[in-house]
Design a protein around this ligand. Sequence first.
Ligand SMILES: NC(=O)N[C@@H](O)C(=O)O
Ligand code: NI
Length: 166
Amino acid sequence: MLKLKIETLSKEAFAPFGDLIASEGHDFFMINNGSTRRYHRLAEVETGTEGTPIISIFRAQTLPMPLRVRMMERHPLGSQAFIPMRGNPFLILVAPPGDDLTSSQLRAFYSDGSQGVNYRPGVWHHPILALTDPDEFLVVDRAGPGNNCDEFFFADSEEIVLDPEH
Ligand SMILES: NC(=O)N[C@@H](O)C(=O)O
Ligand code: NI
C-alpha cells in the first residue's frame, strides 16, 4: 500500500506543477491611492490559441477519507486554477506532466485555505479534494474546442491512500 505523505503547500514545492495563488510571502505594490496592495500576476492563465479563459464556481462535496486514489486527470490544452472562496483548507494531489504516470510521481499538498493553485497545462491532478462539505472554489480554466480532459486510472492492484489525518 502507498500512503501518500501530505506536504505543506509552498511556491517552491508546487513549482513543478504550477503556481501558488497566495498573498503571504509574495511581493506587492500599492494601488488605489495607497489603500490596496496588488499582489500582481500570481499566475498565468493558459488557454492555447483557440481557447477562452472562463471563471466558474465549483461547489464540491467531500470524498470519504482516507481516500483510495484511483484516478488522475489532466487538461492538455489549458491551465486550471482553484481558489478557495470560503477560506477552508483543502488537499491537492498532483503529478508532473507526461504520458507515463506512475504512483511514485504523486505529490500531495495541504492548502491552509488562504492558498489557491494554478495547474499548468498537462499537469496530472486529482479532482478537487474539499475537506469541508460543501465547499466552494473559484475556478479559472479554459473553454474551447478539442479534448481538454484526459483521465488515467491506476491498476486495481495499486492501493494508493490519501489520509488527511496522517
Ligand atoms: N472536470 C472539471 O471541470 N473539473 C476537474 O477538472 C477538476 O480538476 O476538478
Ligand atoms: Ni481539472
